[in-house]
Ligand binder design. Structure first.
Ligand code: BTN
Length: 240
């Protein structure tokens, strides 16, 4: 990994994009202590005061864009491993599509952005990750927590967590490149939150409710609607 450490940026995803446009290599990382314009999924804001971890990783895998989208599951797995390494008493669970939960509350988020070439192939992918170490927004859309609140992480610095993540990321990234998404899928399902339970999936104009059956071979959420019908969801916000 090539690491660029900054005190404050707008968004680490934007910094990585600039570096990528000027030819930065695969596995370039931008890490910032604060972000003044942190972004979340679906156009939301990611409030980013000092004390938490904010970084983005540039990847240039030689795959189609649709396949690269699966890397958000790789990110969640690596993050769960990093948290377990730092505090073995914490058992994280994974919330579709790419959040990590601790005690059923959101501790981190992943924002994946990609750029395609003129011919439509994948040029590069930006994996932006934020982890609540010390603080979290009280008014978050989904109940949140921090590693500090979960205990045993009083002296944890963002840099320690970043290096734990990068160490955990490598093996999962290799599994994904060598064996493809199915290997990632089964590891993700082993730690998934709410399998077999009734969940609510908020879409832009409606909310679906049904039983969370599994995720399919592409990572879509397989939902059995209350009517008995099967529904594959590719984007949405899950609530339990
Ligand atoms: C989510 O909505 O759950 C995703 C949040 C992703 C936040 C991270 S913090 C580092 C990177 N830079 C950003 O602006 N966003 C991501």
């Amino acid at each position: 990994f090539t690491l660029h450490a900054r005190e404050e940026v707008g968004s680490t995803n934007d910094e990585v994009r600039l570096l990528a446009e000027t030819g930065a290599q695969d596995r370039t990382v931008v890490w910032a202590l604060r972000q003044s314009a942190g972004r979340g999924r679906q156009g939301r804001t990611w409030v980013s005061p000092e004390g938490n971890l904010y970084f983005s990783l540039l990847l240039r895998p030689e795959v189609a864009i649709a396949e690269a989208a699966n890397l958000s599951f790789v990110a969640a797995l690596a993050l769960a491993d990093a948290i377990k390494k730092i505090n073995p008493e914490i058992t994280p669970s994974l919330k579709w599509p790419n959040d990590v939960l601790v005690s059923s509350k959101k501790i981190s988020g992943v924002l994946l952005e990609s750029k395609s070439t003129a011919s439509g192939a994948l040029d590069f992918l930006i994996m932006g990750i934020g982890v609540n170490i010390r603080t979290y927004p009280g008014d978050a859309r989904y109940p949140a927590t921090s590693l500090l609140e979960q205990g045993g992480c009083d002296n944890l610095s963002p840099g320690d967590l970043l290096s734990a993540f990068l160490n955990s990321f490598d093996p999962w990234y290799k599994v994904w490149k060598k064996d493809g998404f199915m290997a990632i899928r089964s590891a993700w399902l082993d730690q998934a939150h709410g399998i077999g339970k009734t969940i609510y999936v908020r879409l832009p104009h409606q909310t679906l409710s049904g039983r969370f059956v599994t995720i399919d071979k592409d990572g879509a959420l397989d939902l059995e609607l209350d009517s008995g019908e099967q529904c594959l969801v590719t984007a949405g916000d899950v609530f339990f």
